[in-house]
Design a protein around this ligand. Structure first.
Ligand code: NAP
Length: 240
């Protein structure tokens, strides 16, 4: 008699209670992954964890965490590692958009966006990636944007932060490839998520959030000989 053992895979997703992060949490849970999630709202975390556990019967770790705060995001990473030991997928998703123009946006906008959109990914990756290096296995996704490659109206400091995140992704990919760790930058155009609440733009002009999760899954699911370095996706009729 052979005993077949299946290893349950573990995914860590930041900012996972809404929008793209939530869609990824549900997608990976549906595929049988254990999920570790964080956000600032404990109530939203409790609700999502309950729903996912109920539907998919998998283990959900959750921690209230403001990823823009170095000590909090490092604590979240350490908690995930302590519980899971190995982490197969890290999705650096949490991020905020503050529209503005470089010359007249509020003082401190750049700092807030850099802390939330780049430093968060940098610090969390530095906690989690060493375990991936040890295992010679892992996949890190960074939620960049078309704002990582294009200038656009009211892009302001948001675009600076997303250009930076793409730079981080490219260097991380270069540094980690020898350890068999894949790094993928996701450059999304407008995706219909709560971050667009209140917009007058027609829903049909947006990317469907589940398409983002699916493409992330597909990039994860290719053979180990291949890495999808960038996923660039836009609304069918172009940027809005
Ligand atoms: N939607 C788009 O059109 C679009 C396009 C390109 C790229 N992106 C990028 O994709 C990512 C997700 O965007 P989204 O539209 O899905 O956002 P969203 O709908 O606003 O959801 C953001 C999620 O992140 C959490 N979050 C926000 N700030 C956080 C912080 N400081 N610490 C911890 N969690 C935080 C939120 O929960 P709490 O509020 O409870 O913390 C929520 O779960 C972002 O990096 C964004 O820049 C979005």
């Amino acid at each position: 008699m052979f005993e077949v053992k299946f290893k349950i895979m573990n995914a860590v997703i930041t900012g996972a209670t809404k929008g793209i992060g939530k869609a990824c949490a549900e997608y990976f849970a549906e595929k049988g992954f254990n999920i570790a999630i964080c956000a600032r709202s404990g109530k939203d975390l409790d609700e999502l964890a309950l729903t996912i556990t109920d539907i998919y019967k998998i283990k959900v770790l959750k921690q209230i965490c403001d990823v823009s705060k170095k000590e909090e995001v490092k604590k979240f990473g350490s908690y995930c590692l302590a519980e899971y030991k190995t982490i197969d997928v890290l999705i650096n998703n949490a991020g905020i958009f503050l529209p503005g123009n470089l010359l007249d946006e509020a003082e401190g906008t750049l700092e807030t966006l850099i802390e939330t959109n780049i430093y968060s990914a940098y610090h969390l990756t530095r906690v989690i990636a060493p375990a991936m290096v040890q295992n010679k296995k892992g996949h890190i996704f960074n939620l960049c944007s078309v704002a990582s490659i294009n200038a656009y109206d009211a892009g302001g400091s948001y675009a600076i932060s997303k250009f930076g995140l793409l730079g981080f992704s490219k260097n991380l990919r270069h540094e980690l490839k020898k350890y068999n760790i894949r790094v993928t930058a996701v450059l999304a155009g407008a995706v219909l998520t709560p971050s667009w609440d209140g917009t007058n733009l027609p829903k049909e002009r947006f990317i469907d959030v589940r398409d983002v999760a699916r493409l992330i899954w597909d990039a994860y699911d290719v053979s180990e000989r291949t890495v999808v370095e960038e996923i660039l996706l836009r609304p069918m009729l172009g940027d809005i």
